[in-house]
Write a protein that binds this ligand. Structure first.
Ligand code: ALA
Length: 640
């Protein structure tokens, strides 16, 4: 019986029947509002914050290609989303599609997985919001207002850089505000969202237009490969801290200063060494002459020599750290290969990397793919339109158009921003936390230009507005999915299905979810959160592509107002490309995904399967004389 329930599918007819109830959401959103929702949920932390890290340490200027790759993965999935959203235009998104195609167990898995995309996505965006808030205060107060470091980040990130911290306070504050707004109700918030979307889109256009005037082409193709950041560089602060301790330094400020000095010196030495290794490889491969190789090494030495250690004590310390880095580099570099490293596939890909390593793509093919997997986060959100299908005026027409339009707008803007940011700043120096705002602030300082300073303020405001709208729409989408799951009995209806009598919002679910989002934002490193969100969403996209293929076979009869063109090619390529991007994420991210899914399955086993509308007890009740007809709304079948 259980087996039957696990694969029980909610028929499309039942889904459509459910749409007719009185308690459905009001249909008020047209194509423009839906597209605006999509853009609202998409442009945010990914482009304003995560792009910096991925460009600096994963892909280099080739992050531009990473954006194209991730954009293609999303476009393929978007076509599949569009077909399903037009066919099954009810709230719940991929969760509902999975219920209709793959059965209850998969529906639960995807619903649980979507929590990673939406709720954990909010934590990530809130953490990035915090970095921009500090940048904003810094610029407008000329450095006078400064939130202490220990209230700006989570303890784990602080520990990685040799300091300590309590929690990320601004991230918690913005989440508390967003939660309060959503509890009181922004059901009619389309216009507020439109305003935020206009602000952020204008700011992004402004960045592109103004930034293009200041790009230096040498930043795309002139930074020596030896200057790239390597995974083992992350170990430098810890090693430097250990040396400071061994030197008897105890005062935290002095430890920090020593860590900064040693880190700069070690990086300068490591760069020359890496350029030497790289040119030796190229000489062996016959790609450059000995003389050309030597001049490349000299070029890097000249760029770095200012930072070389001069005192004997510093030289000894730097050499100790360099030796430790050499010892651990193999292990750290393998980690970067993600699951591919664990499977040993990196040994095939390494030669490909070497062959296509240039100053434009210093991290090779794997860097481009890893960059794509990370900045994939920036594209997340266009699919949240499908969670609002129930509120669309003409869902079968508007939802597919809005999904494709918002993705197209974001893709074009992202590629342009990537071109600008990597042209403004040499990639190893791009800020990890607030790439665009910091680049403009530094530009303003260099050019001594009040106008550019004003531009930096504008960008910080645009980034804050942008991320706030992502938080609002994403959190709202999470509530929609919980609502759909509660309606089906897979989550407690008393919490996730109830609506506040006055505010008409799912207040209990919002407060509970807001609490967990705050915890995530306060105490978890932003890159770990971002990677979890990316892997969760990629998995959702893979399932959606699979669902379209399955449904074409099992239900060819159902009307499809939008048909994904060349479905065999598009859905299959979407499935493969998104799966391939997943493989580049670290094994620890995979492990976390696995743990997350196991916890989800346990909840389904102990709770959901007993409460679902397909639970055997309920099915028996339905079969009794006088019970509701099969095919009536599932809500009516469930005991109240
Ligand atoms: N795509 C959204 C962002 O970048 C989640 O903030």
């Amino acid at each position: 019986m259980l087996f039957k329930q696990l694969f029980a599918r909610k028929s499309i007819e039942v889904l459509m029947e459910e749409m007719k109830g009185d308690d459905r959401l009001r249909r008020a959103l047209g194509t423009m509002s839906l597209t605006s929702l999509g853009v609202g949920a998409t442009i945010g932390a990914g482009i304003f914050a995560l792009t910096g890290r991925a460009a600096a340490q994963d892909a280099g200027p080739a992050i531009i290609i990473s954006f194209i790759v991730a954009g293609i993965g999303c476009a393929l999935a978007a076509m599949c989303y569009a077909e399903l959203a037009a066919m099954v235009p009810v709230a719940g998104s991929a969760y509902t599609y999975a219920y209709a195609t793959l059965g209850e167990l998969f529906a639960w898995i995807i619903g649980w997985d979507l929590i990673l995309e939406y709720a954990m996505g909010c934590s990530t965006v809130a953490a990035a919001w915090s970095g921009h808030f500090r940048e904003f205060l810094d610029i407008i107060s000329f450095g006078a207002i400064h939130i202490p470091d220990y209230l700006m980040t989570d303890p784990f990130t602080a520990a990685r850089t040799g300091s300590s911290a309590w929690f990320n306070m601004p991230a918690v504050l913005i989440m508390l505000i967003v939660t309060a707004v959503l509890v009181v109700g922004i059901r009619e918030s389309a216009s507020a969202n439109n305003v935020l979307v206009v602000i952020k889109t204008l700011v992004v256009l402004f960045v592109i237009c103004v930034g293009l005037g200041f790009v230096v082409s040498a930043n795309w193709t002139g930074v020596p490969v030896g200057e790239r950041l390597m995974p083992e560089d992350l170990l430098i602060p810890d090693e430097a801290k250990a040396i400071a301790k061994a030197e008897g330094i105890t005062d935290p400020a002095q430890v920090k200063a020593r860590v900064v000095t040693l880190s700069t010196q070690v990086l300068a030495l490591a760069r020359v060494e890496r350029e030497r290794d790289e040119t030796a490889r190229l000489i062996r491969a016959g790609k450059v002459s000995e003389a050309e190789g030597e001049s490349r090494v000299q070029e890097v030495a000249a760029r770095s020599e200012k930072a070389f250690p001069t005192e004997a004590r510093d030289q000894e310390a730097a050499n100790t750290i360099l030796t430790a880095l050499h010892e651990k580099s193999g292990e750290k570099r393998a980690e970067k290969w993600g699951l591919l490293g664990l499977m040993g596939i990196n040994s095939w890909l390494l030669p490909i990397d070497d062959a296509c390593r240039t100053r434009f793509s210093p991290y090779g093919f794997s860097g481009i793919m890893l960059g794509a997997a990370i900045i994939f986060f920036a594209y997340i959100g266009f699919d949240s339109i499908s969670t609002h299908a129930e509120e669309a005026v003409r869902p079968q027409r508007d939802v597919p158009i809005a999904i494709i339009a918002s993705l197209a707008i974001c893709t074009i803007l992202y590629i342009a921003v990537a071109i600008v940011i990597t042209g403004l700043v040499p990639y190893p120096s791009i800020s990890f936390d607030s790439a665009i705002a910091t680049a403009f602030r530094e530009l303003a300082e260099r050019e001594q230009s009040p106008l550019l300073r004003g531009a930096a303020v504008l960008i910080a405001i645009g980034a804050l507005a942008g991320m706030t709208s992502v938080l609002l729409v994403t959190f709202l989408s999470q509530a929609r999915i919980f609502l759909a799951m509660a309606r089906d009995g897979l989550l407690p209806n008393g919490i996730f299905g109830v609506v506040h009598p006055r505010f008409r919002t799912p207040h209990k679910a919002t407060i509970l979810t807001g609490f967990f989002i705050c915890l995530g934002a306060a105490f978890t490193p932003i890159e770990d959160l971002g990677d979890m969100v990316s892997i969760g969403t990629l998995m959702a996209f893979v399932i959606v592509c699979a669902a379209v293929l399955i449904l074409r076979k099992t239900r060819p009869d159902v009307e499809r107002p939008f048909r994904c063109p060349a479905v065999g090619i598009i859905a299959t390529s979407g499935l493969v490309l998104n799966l391939f991007m997943m493989l580049f994420l670290s094994w620890i991210t995979w492990l976390r995904l696995l743990v997350w899914l196991v916890v989800g399955l346990a909840i389904y086993y102990f709770y959901g399967r007993h409460r679902s509308a397909f639970a055997p007890t309920l099915v028996r009740e339905i079969a009794k004389p006088g019970a509701p007809r099969t095919g009536t709304r599932l809500d009516e079948m469930r005991p109240r």
